[in-house]
Design a protein around this ligand. Structure first.
Ligand code: 5AD
Ligand code: SF4
Length: 501
């Protein structure tokens, strides 16, 4: 009988990728993935520590598991990732039945640790000693052992994949736990990244999202020269079959002109930049240690839009950070009003033990005030999103079709009796080159293809479209298969020609 592994993942794209790599490695040991906790021989929880809410979610999942472990003591329970790195003692205290606690730098050891638990029934702990102890060797070892074992079934879709280009963070924003859970910032060698991208494309992947905590700070030092993000992207641009390159998340102070030139001039690069500002008030930004002012951010935003016409920009905000007055919050409201982000992710400040903010500043904004500010900011952002979406109506956009829309999925899931349109046509969804989500009707066989869609309608959250009729043949693209792979590649300008090694 095959052994089964169940995994729950919370948190960012980094965690989604980590889970994919862990499952890939376990598959090699004969494990199959299951969606049903009761069927599992191994249950893994890949955790996030960025906000308290995410941690509580994991503890409540672990609470549910306690009874299962009572019924079936053979089951191996593992807590992985950021919480494991930060709170190994606390996890063992709150959930003593947990068998493995594995930090972010030790995930490659999961298959070995599972076997050890099975053989000895002793709890296994594997975490980095301290930030300074996370050596380059350790990082490289984890990359190398992971890369060949990626698991396509864990990806967002079979034709989209995350690629880690950098780990850790050196910025030390005072509210943030990441520098202590993910260690020092280290960029991965370009040749390894290029090789991984080629491998992914060989497996049918069309879009790669390069991920790093501050992805635009990427720089690999070869000793005699350096490779920056713009060059890294240029170096993978001509991989045949690769259609889209995205990168997240950007740090405002590292948004250099060479990168913006690359985004503009390289046709496969998605025209979308996620550049969190966090607050519109200089005093708050200073307490956050973001190292820029609101004016600096707005100038950077202006430069992004000037250098990359039509670029979509999104942001993150923390409301209710220590010492945020009504006056400072009003400045954030004003920034959102004028910045006109495509969308924003808004979070209520959550004090994280061990961070500089927790040590230095009282968490003095009451919860109800945080909630109100969150809602107020969201209202302004939603107005902007609605306007941004309305501007798209009438445009023709290239959409990489990802799958059935959420409505379609829940209709299928609930077997609600909802009739699909005739001829196998379903409501599908995908992203445009500016990261807009589009919903439209089409046959399922379009999934995984790039189609042209005319935008017909918009809400604050979604834009709606119609698959375009092919102008040359007059045939509705919804009824023909698109050209097979091998169609002409978008060409990059000469000055971005770099050898692909
Ligand atoms: N509380 C609330 N939000 C936070 N973020 C990071 N740390 C905290 C915290 N302690 C938010 C930031 C960051 C996003 C990933 O999470 O906005 O950009
Ligand atoms: Fe955290 Fe700041 Fe680093 Fe982002 S840049 S991961 S917010 S410390």
């Amino acid at each position: 009988m095959t052994k089964k592994v169940y995994i729950e993942t919370v948190g960012c794209q980094m965690n989604v990728l980590d889970s994919e790599l862990v499952i890939g490695a376990l598959r090699k040991q004969g494990y199959d993935l299951t969606d049903t906790p009761a069927d599992a021989d191994v249950m893994l929880f890949n955790t996030c520590s960025v906000r308290e809410h995410a941690e509580e979610k994991t503890y409540s999942s672990l609470g549910r598991v306690r009874l299962m472990k009572k019924d079936n003591p053979e089951i191996v329970i593992g807590v992985l990732g950021c919480m494991a790195q930060k709170d190994q003692e606390l996890i063992r205290k709150r959930a003593p039945y947990v068998d493995m606690v594995v930090g972010t730098g030790q995930l490659a050891e999961v298959p070995m640790l599972v076997e050890k638990v099975k053989a000895t029934r002793e709890p296994q702990l594997a975490v980095s000693l301290a930030r300074s102890a996370a050596s380059r060797d350790e990082v490289e070892a984890s990359f190398v052992s992971y890369d060949p074992t990626r698991d396509p079934t864990m990806r967002p879709t079979p034709f989209q994949a995350y690629v880690r280009i950098q780990i850790g963070c050196d910025k030390f924003c005072t509210y943030c736990v990441v520098p202590s859970t993910r260690g020092p910032e280290q960029s991965r060698p370009p040749a390894h990244i290029w090789q991984e991208v080629k491998q992914l494309v060989d497996q049918g992947c069309k879009e790669v999202t390069l991920i790093g905590q501050t992805v635009n700070s990427y720089v690999y030092d070869h000793g005699d020269r350096k490779t920056r993000l713009s060059e890294l992207i240029a170096g993978m641009h001509d991989v045949a079959g690769l259609e889209r390159i995205k990168f997240v998340t950007n740090y405002p102070k590292d948004m250099t002109d060479d990168l913006l030139d690359a985004v503009r001039e390289l046709p496969k690069v998605v025209k979308y930049l996620h550049v969190p500002v966090q607050s519109g008030c200089d005093e708050v930004l200073k307490r956050m240690k973001r190292n820029y002012t609101a004016d600096y951010y707005m100038e950077m935003l202006h430069r992004c839009r000037e250098k990359v016409p039509g670029v979509a920009v999104s942001s993150d905000f923390i409301v209710g950070f220590c010492g945020e007055t009504e006056e400072s919050f009003a400045k954030t409201m004003e920034l959102v009003r004028v910045a006109k982000f495509k969308n924003s992710f808004i979070f209520k400040y959550s004090e994280r033990p061990g961070t500089k903010a927790a040590d230095r500043f009282p968490d003095d904004v009451p919860e109800d005030v945080k909630k109100r500010r969150n809602n107020d900011l969201l209202l302004v952002q939603n107005e902007n999103s609605r306007a941004n979406h309305r501007e798209q109506v009438g445009k023709v956009m290239e959409v990489l079709v990802e799958g059935p829309s959420r409505r379609e999925q829940s209709a299928t899931h609930q077997a609600s009796g909802r009739q699909s349109p005739p001829g196998g046509v379903k409501q599908l969804t995908g992203h445009t080159m500016t990261d807009h989500i589009v919903v439209f009707d089409g046959p399922e066989r379009l999934i995984g293809q790039t189609v042209r869609v005319t935008i017909t309608d918009a809400s604050p959250f979604t834009i709606y479209g119609k698959v375009l009729t092919d102008e040359v043949t007059g045939v509705d693209l919804a009824n023909v298969d698109r050209e097979p792979p091998g169609q002409p590649q978008p060409q990059r300008p000469d000055r971005f020609s770099l050898p692909l090694v």
